[in-house]
Design a protein. Sequence first.
Length: 132
Amino acid sequence: MGHHFKSKNNQIALKLMEEKKEIIINFRRSKPSLNDLHNFSKKIFRNGIVYSVFLIHICKPEKYPIFDQHVFRSFIFITKKEIVKQPTDIKDYHKYKDFVLSISRKYKIDLRNIDKGLMSFGQFLANPQKFL
């Protein structure tokens, strides 16, 4: 995600994360709810949901799968047979997280491999002509 942090707003977010490093470490050690983590991350990443969830993921990677527009597109296509561009709010992540964790438990697949598969499929759905 480093290439995304070149804009002025994202540089500010990086500075905030550095300043709040102890708070992030404490979140990582504690047992906050997803909503607590999300509310905290919104203080650093004010726009969108993907970076906010990324911070949540790096705090608790085993509990909160990584999330972006591609895996979300795959999830929606698999569950609703629709193609969407990107998630809109934390409710989208809640649904995605439950979906991914159920796959991981049922088929005993680690979250990273599920992410790789959904990412590839989501990229295909975004631009099938590129792959054909």
